[in-house]
Design a binder for this molecule. Structure first.
Ligand code: FES
Length: 80
């Protein structure tokens, strides 16, 4: 089991899950604010960049491609 923090909220997942997988598994469908509204996973294969988050201070990480690691601190991105 892994534990991550997203926007100061704690989530639990399984080893090997992506960040998006952990969030969707917990019922959360959006974690980025764009000009068009709240965004989460669109393509799910690393192409559209709708799922971008900041992970441990590194911005522009695709949540659908990055495996969640125990202790990750993830923050919402806001882009116009
Ligand atoms: S959902 Fe499209 S890149 Fe992640």
């Amino acid at each position: 089991m892994i534990r991550i923090t997203v926007d100061d909220e704690r989530f639990e997942g399984r080893d090997g899950q992506t960040i998006a997988g952990v969030l969707i598994g917990a019922g959360r469908i959006a974690w980025r604010t764009a000009q068009t509204g709240e965004r989460g996973v669109f393509c799910g294969i690393g192409v559209c960049h709708d799922c971008l988050v900041t992970v441990n201070g590194l911005s522009g990480v695709r949540a659908c491609q990055r495996a969640a690691s125990d202790g990750d601190v993830i923050e919402r991105e806001v882009r116009a």
